[in-house]
Design a protein around this ligand. Structure first.
Ligand code: SF4
Ligand code: SF4
Length: 426
């Protein structure tokens, strides 16, 4: 099978052999009411209320949202505001932990007997895409009307990040349990788990864990970035090309991250909603890179401290990895549900000056969506919506490959993001 374009990144996975450890319980968590793509939640508690782990503290106001739950037991110390990575100011619930981690008595395993039960459970649990996307999982499940194939994303192609591969190596039975559950309730007979070949332990553990399960195949994939991008993953695991005017769901394909599958399994067993997650902490200002299990809302500065970060040298702090991570403007930011990594770098992201395009074509060669990034860039400079559409801007997956290879250091991917905002306003 022909390989889709992409780039080979220098391998920086210092944490791949670091077991997942729980971070010491924070004294205070700040939980923003927007930790998914969609509408912010409405706070369901007031200052002074006592809350327990798993208690709903933010209700979903519409069908573009899922509830948010307390990650620690304790007292709501304040209702404040929070500026998200996308620049939105949303309500925020601050909880002072009592150190007891008392579980809410509503946390009981859900009844799961049908597709509708699964969709309802994904919604009630606050499940979102755990690979950084923050997509609402219940919407993804509902969008696939006639599911044929489940593709599980275990590629983890970003530099530094290893939260997914540690999960697959340490607790593969949870990931496979989630896959079996999804296959049963959605009546899917074919599941494929895409894992890059640079994660041999994860491949072996996942292969062992599903050897007695019918219809599940582990697909070793070349270590190429962005292997985990949906259309790239579908092509490399099944050989199916998703046409420009269709989605994976239209073709009966459901793509979920491996940690999302594992979470759904845990929720089915315990009824505990999404209140913690695994975060890889790394970067060239970090002395002790690690994988931490963290209550949602923990201040990122506590993760940096745990990982022996030289905080005075940090010039770029990212929620996620260096290629697709979103800039955090402060070490006071909170860990959010969709956050798979915290990357702390010495160099400012845009510290090198752009120069004129030399029409070398490298950006075009690496684009996994076969776009012409230099043409998109020209169209954006002219603020030309028609040209942006003609160059298929909407297919851009923000992978950053074009910017990475450009010898003129042009911020092509970043400009594409701005161009998308421009098109929204037209
Ligand atoms: S890689 Fe940079 S210099 Fe080369 S064609 Fe693309 S934008 Fe121009
Ligand atoms: S144009 Fe978009 S999809 Fe193509 S390489 Fe650049 S960021 Fe990636």
């Amino acid at each position: 099978m022909k390989r889709l374009n992409g780039i080979r990144l220098p391998r920086k996975k210092r944490t791949e052999e670091k077991p997942i450890k729980p971070i010491p319980l924070p004294a205070l968590v700040r939980i923003p009411m927007l930790m998914h793509s969609g509408t912010p939640c409405t706070p369901a508690v007031r200052a002074g209320d006592y809350v327990t782990v798993g208690q709903c503290i933010g209700t979903a106001p519409d069908e573009n949202s899922v509830p948010i739950h307390a990650s620690v037991s304790g007292t709501v110390s304040a209702l404040t505001e929070y500026c998200t990575v996308t620049g939105e100011t949303v309500p925020c619930v601050e909880i002072s932990s009592d150190g007891e981690q008392i579980l809410c008595d509503t946390c009981t395993p859900p009844v799961l007997e049908s597709r509708d039960d699964l969709i309802a459970a994904a919604k009630a649990s606050g499940c979102v895409g755990l690979s950084g996307s923050g997509d609402l999982t219940f919407q993804k499940l509902a969008a696939v009307k006639k599911p044929q194939i489940l593709i599980v994303n275990g590629a983890e192609c970003e530099q530094y990040l290893s939260a997914d591969s540690r999960l697959m190596s340490e607790t593969p039975e949870q990931a496979v349990g989630g896959i079996v559950l999804l296959m049963k309730l959605l009546k899917i007979k074919d599941a494929r788990i895409g894992i890059q070949t640079d994660k041999p332990l994860a491949i072996q553990r996942m292969t062992d864990a599903c050897k007695d399960e019918k219809g599940i195949t582990v697909c070793p994939l070349p270590p190429v970035y962005p292997q985990g991008a949906e259309k790239v993953l579908i092509y490399h695991t099944c050989g199916i090309v998703v046409p420009e005017d269709q989605t994976a769901a239209d073709m009966g394909i459901l793509v979920l991250n491996v940690s999302t599958c594992a979470f759904l399994y845990q929720y089915a067993q315990t009824g505990i909603p999404l209140v913690e997650r695994v975060v890889t902490v790394d970067g060239d200002t970090i002395d002790k890179p690690c994988n931490l299990r963290v209550p949602i809302g923990t201040p990122v500065k506590e993760l940096l401290e745990y990982a022996a970060c030289h905080t005075d040298r940090v010039r770029t702090l990212l929620c996620g990895g260096p290629m697709m991570g979103m800039l955090l403007d402060s070490q006071e930011a909170s860990v959010v549900r969709q956050q798979n990594g915290l990357t702390a770098m010495r160099r400012a992201k845009s510290s090198v000056r752009e120069s004129a395009c030399i029409r070398c074509g490298r950006c075009m060669e690496v684009c996994p969506m076969n776009l012409m990034p230099m043409e998109l860039n020209d169209a954006y400079q002219r603020r030309d919506p028609a040209a942006l559409q003609a160059e298929h801007l909407r297919l851009c997956i923000d992978c950053g490959c074009c910017s990475y290879v450009c010898p003129a250091h042009r911020q092509l991917a970043e400009k594409n993001q701005q161009a998308k905002l421009l098109l929204q306003k037209v």
